[in-house]
Design a protein around this ligand. Structure first.
Ligand code: FES
Length: 79
């Protein structure tokens, strides 16, 4: 599964770095690093909605606060 987190400037200001760190931690604690491929990406033009994250091409908007529930639902829920 390919997960891409925007590291463009607007998303960076909204906490994309924190989201990446949380995701890395979650991947580790769930032991799914062989299944989840975390990537950074530049602006995808969706900055207005918050930090832009795609899961196999499907677009989501996250904030650091929603990262954990997102991970449980959209990532663990699809594995
Ligand atoms: S900076 Fe992230 S979508 Fe634009």
């Amino acid at each position: 599964m390919k997960v891409t987190i925007c590291i463009g400037s607007a998303c960076h200001l909204r906490g994309s770095k924190e989201i990446i760190q949380k995701m890395q931690q979650l991947v580790k604690t769930h032991n799914v690093s062989d299944k989840v491929d975390l990537n950074g990406a530049f602006c995808s033009g969706n900055c207005v909605n918050g930090v832009c994250v795609t899961v196999d091409g499907e677009l989501f908007s996250l904030s650091p606060e929603t990262t954990e529930s997102f991970f449980e639902k959209e990532i663990m829920g699809r594995l």
